[in-house]
Structure formats: structure tokens, C-alpha cells
Design a binder for this molecule. Structure first.
Ligand code: COA
Length: 197
């Protein structure tokens, strides 16, 4: 755990190959590399970043959200290389509803190694067990754009169920987009990957 004076505790999580750590201002280049990649933002309501200031603003937004107990975003740190390879976390945290929406992204050079599954699984375990400031969640939701097959595979593998399609639910990059809604309940979750102590 990392706690600054008068601030909300930021939980850090270890998995066999990764550490989920607080996303800090010094991660601006890593975040820029991530979101300036067309492959990463292909299904996002986000234009590719063209300036490092956009990365700094995003990190600032994540930090502000966590300070207000409205969400959390970790840097995904790869132990073997000693670098940040992606991010994951929750937004739309509701302590009243005990629900949140999950998000995740990885640099394409690291796709296909199970890192995203490992990171997201650990984040879910923490959220369901009450290890985060939002209290123990009962439900985690994920929204994917049809065609984002890697994301869907990851969600299904962790036990998420497809709940329906919200037609033309979003408008970005000059077009309406359907959103597939996935949900996972605490009572259904069996973690397929063990965390490190
Ligand atoms: C979603 C994302 C994090 C997945 O990364 P990843 O490295 O493929 O993740 P993992 O290796 O942990 O597992 C993903 C699974 O999807 C599979 N997969 C990868 N690409 C796929 C594709 N095009 N079609 C179907 N399945 C695919 C992988 O094989 C793996 O399953 P397996 O372990 O059973 O083989 C990555 O694609 C990404 O960063 N995308 C851009 C950001 C994004 O869209 N985030 C999700 C928003 S909802």
C-alpha cells in the first residue's frame, strides 16, 4: 500500500509476472506511447495522442478520480523488463451500487502473452475482496465495441457473461458505435490465476 498524507490509500498488487502500481506523473512517456498507438485506441472513444501533454492530463484525471474514490487506474509493470507495458483499472465506481466498470490496455508488442488476463484477474480479485477504497464490489461491467475480439476473449475467459448490445450507445470519431455489455458477479468469479504474496 502507498499512502500520502491526507490521501486515499493506493493499493499495489503483485502477480507472478506483473506488479500493478500507482500510475504517476513520471509515467507520462509510457502512457503517451500507449495512447499514441493506433492499435491501442482503435476501439476507444479517444483520438490517438499526438502530444505528451495529453498523457499528462490523462494521468492527472486518473489520480483525481482515485483521490475522490471514483475510480482507480494502475500502471501494469512487467517485472522481467522493469517497464510499464499498459494500464488497467475501474471507473464509475459506486459504493452504493457496489459496482464498477473495468478498463485495460497493453502496448501491442506485449499482446498475446496473457499479461492482460493476469493483470485484470488480479484487479478483479482485489475489487471483489474489498481490497480497494470502494469497498467490496458485487458486480463488474465491461463495455466492448463489436470486433474487439481480444478483449471479448479475455472477458469470457475470466467468467464475464455477455448481457446484451446497447445499440449506437456511443458517438465518437464521427460515427455511432454499438456497445456490447459484459458483466461479472462476485458470486460467479473463480480466479484462474493465483497472485503472488
Ligand atoms: C484487450 C488487450 C488488452 C488484450 O491483450 P492480450 O495481450 O491479447 O491479452 P491476453 O494475452 O491476456 O489474452 C487475450 C486473449 O485473447 C486472445 N486474442 C488475442 N487476439 C485475438 C483476436 N484478434 N481474436 C480472438 N482472440 C484473440 C488471446 O489469444 C488470449 O486468449 P488465450 O490466452 O486463450 O489464447 C489488448 O488487445 C489491447 O490492449 N487492446 C487495445 C485496448 C483495448 O481495446 N482494451 C479493451 C477495451 S474494452
Amino acid at each position: 500500500m502507498v499512502q500520502k498524507e491526507n490521501s486515499v490509500i493506493f493499493p499495489e498488487i503483485n502477480t507472478p509476472r506483473l506488479a500493478l502500481i500507482e500510475l504517476k506523473a513520471s509515467d507520462d512517456v509510457a502512457v503517451f506511447n500507449l495512447f499514441s498507438n493506433h492499435k491501442v485506441v482503435e476501439y476507444y472513444d479517444l483520438e490517438v495522442f499526438s502530444h505528451i501533454e495529453q498523457a499528462r492530463s490523462l494521468i492527472d484525471l486518473f489520480q483525481t478520480r482515485h483521490a475522490a474514490s471514483l475510480g482507480i487506474r494502475w500502471a501494469i509493470y512487467l517485472k522481467s523488463s522493469g517497464g510499464v507495458i499498459g494500464t488497467c483499472g475501474f471507473n464509475s465506481w459506486s459504493q452504493t451500487m457496489r459496482s464498477a466498470v473495468i478498463g485495460y490496455d497493453l502496448l501491442p508488442d506485449f499482446w498475446g502473452n496473457g499479461y492482460a488476463t493476469e493483470a485484470v484477474c488480479a484487479a478483479i480479485q482485489a475489487a471483489f475482496s474489498g481490497g480497494l477504497v470502494c469497498g467490496a464490489l458485487n458486480r463488474i461491467q465491461a463495455d466492448t465495441v463489436p470486433g474487439n475480439d481480444a478483449s471479448e476473449t479475455l472477458l469470457r475467459r475470466l467468467g464475464f457473461k455477455e448481457e446484451g448490445l446497447r445499440r449506437e450507445s456511443g458517438y465518437w470519431k464521427g460515427a455511432f458505435h454499438d456497445l456490447k455489455c459484459f458483466g461479472l458477479l462476485q458470486s460467479e468469479f473463480t480466479p484462474p490465476i493465483a497472485n503472488s504474496p
